[in-house]
Design a protein around this ligand. Structure first.
Ligand code: IPE
Ligand code: IPE
Ligand code: MG
Length: 261
């Protein structure tokens, strides 16, 4: 019997990523190439987000994580930071109803306490509005950093040890994972970074341990459905071994194919 998940059979889903994580880089260079202020690059970047989200809804991708603002991005000129915060509020306001209508569940990941009260309230509103939705899980990483995430999880666990509720030897890999920001979600299968830089920039350090990496030369505002499709196709052709041999991977895939037929 062909079991359907999100309307797709196991076979159709076989090589599709369940979770895609993207570093949306290159807005500034996109603007500079056009002799425009960086702000215009960020606005064009917000339009590219819409296209990518639409594609993931169409393809029934379960989870999409977008890196929108790193902890290190506070180091940018004040004017740019303030523009990015305003754009964040405006995008949440402008897109909330549409996301809700499309059954998207939105969550913001990161240290939200640094944001203005207005932004924090908006985030709470949109998260509450979409919390029961069952379609695309859309995560926006903002004031997020992989090192910060590991630090806050460590602090929580250390407090439990101090309070006598936890023994140090009970701290397992899965306990650490369950105290991190992306707990209860599958780790990303596919990581994409646009803009041509080949680095992680403090994004999802723990969760990317076995993620397939894809680097696009396109600047983020140029990135769209076609390029995302190309990245997914590239992903589908890869063999993920998780430490095993290629032969082991092939024989266990054959086994599960037999069981599903
Ligand atoms: C990514 O584009 C957006 C954010 C980091 C907020 P950039 O602004 O980093 O663009 P480049 O790298 O300067 O071109
Ligand atoms: C990474 O881009 C962060 C986001 C896209 C939000 P950056 O442009 O900040 O990364 P670096 O500084 O080039 O590594
Ligand atoms: Mg950049």
């Amino acid at each position: 019997m062909d079991k359907k998940v999100n309307g797709l059979s196991d076979q159709q889903r076989f090589n599709l990523p369940r979770h895609i994580a993207i570093i949306m880089d290159g807005n500034g260079r996109w603007a500079r190439k056009r002799f425009l202020p960086r702000a215009m690059g960020h606005k064009a970047g917000a339009r590219a987000v819409r296209k990518v989200v639409e594609y993931c809804v169409e393809k029934k991708i379960e989870t999409l994580t977008l890196f929108a603002f790193s902890r290190e991005n506070w180091l940018r000129p004040e004017e740019e930071v303030s523009l990015l915060m305003t754009l964040f509020i405006n995008t949440l306001e402008g897109e909330a109803q549409k996301m809700h209508k499309n059954n998207i569940r939105l969550q913001i990941i990161g240290d939200k306490s640094a944001f203005s009260d207005k932004l924090q309230t908006k985030i709470e509103e949109v998260e509450a509005l979409t919390s029961a939705n069952t379609g695309l899980n859309l995560l926006i990483a903002a004031n997020y950093g992989g090192q910060w995430d590991i630090q806050q999880a460590t602090q929580k666990l250390a407090s439990e040890v101090k309070a006598g509720n936890l023994q140090p030897e009970e701290i397992t890999e899965s306990l650490i994972a369950s105290n991190l920001s992306f707990a209860n979600l599958p780790d990303p299968d596919l990581f994409i970074r646009t803009g041509g830089e080949e680095r992680i920039s403090n994004f999802m350090l723990w969760q990317l341990s076995y993620t397939e990496l894809y680097f696009s030369q396109l600047l983020w505002p140029e990135f769209g459905k076609k390029e995302l499709e190309k990245a997914i196709e590239d992903f589908s052709g890869r063999q993920r071994r998780f430490g095993k041999t290629g032969e082991q991977v092939i024989s266990s895939a054959e086994e599960s194919f037999k069981i599903s037929c």
